[in-house]
Design a binder for this molecule. Structure first.
Ligand code: MN
Length: 228
């Protein structure tokens, strides 16, 4: 049996030190997972816990490179994030076992049409057009956890044309990685191939065409993106 049209390709990431790639199933994202970023967006992190949204798997820009400035926006924002790759699925994953479900880590940018997000928020509408557009998820090559260890701290940063815009520490996450996995797995059955964007620290700001962006997490491969 075949398909009536050609099936879409499986999005995938390069794995540091390996020839085989990591196939991507779903992309889950955490919103407002650093207190200073929640405050800069006008929210009180003590009263509103983090939450989840999704991007389509084929929004992935594997390894970075050229990213087109999206249509229907005049306010494209960068959000540097630690990305977690899941190799073992499950429901209701206990906190103490959460890291056993992790294949490895990468650096991602949750590109956001901030103007569309503000309009959606005002009207109580979903965020898909603001967050899930084509090429909205650049992600670096994955570093396996057996190489990097499990990341509980370390600098996360983003520069635009050499100037630092975001700089924080992974240890400042409101929900740490095991907590994200435990919490998310009560809402969705996690599957091998899922990617989790864990949230961005403060300093989000607008990008322009021609900007050269470098996103980093200590111990992981640098992610380079150019807005075209
Ligand atoms: Mn984000």
């Amino acid at each position: 049996m075949g398909y009536v049209i050609d099936p879409p390709a499986i999005p995938s990431l390069e794995v540091v030190g390996q020839l085989d790639r990591f196939p991507v199933h779903r992309i889950y994202c955490v919103g407002r997972n650093y207190a200073a970023h929640a405050r800069e967006m006008g929210h009180d992190p003590d009263r509103e816990p983090p939450f989840f949204f999704c991007k389509p798997a084929d929004a992935l820009v594997a390894g970075g490179g050229a990213v087109p400035y999206p249509g229907r926006s005049n306010n494209l924002h960068h959000e540097v994030e630690l990305v977690v790759a899941i190799s073992k699925g499950g429901r209701d994953i206990p906190l103490d076992y959460a890291e056993e479900h992790v294949f490895g880590y990468a650096v991602g940018i949750d590109l956001t049409r901030r103007d569309l997000q503000a309009a959606a928020r005002e009207k109580g509408q979903p965020w898909d057009s603001a967050k899930g557009f084509d090429a909205s998820a650049p992600v670096s090559a994955l570093t396996p956890a057996f190489v990097s260890g499990h990341l509980r701290g370390g600098t996360i940063a983003l520069t635009v044309n050499g100037q630092t815009r975001q700089s924080a520490d992974i240890s400042e996450l409101i929900w740490c990685v095991p907590e994200v996995i435990a919490e998310l797995s009560t809402l969705f059955e996690l599957r091998p191939g899922d990617l989790l964007f864990t949230g961005t620290p403060a300093g989000v700001a607008a990008l322009q065409r021609g900007d050269r962006v470098e996103a980093s997490v200590e111990g992981l491969q640098l992610l380079r993106v150019e807005i075209v």
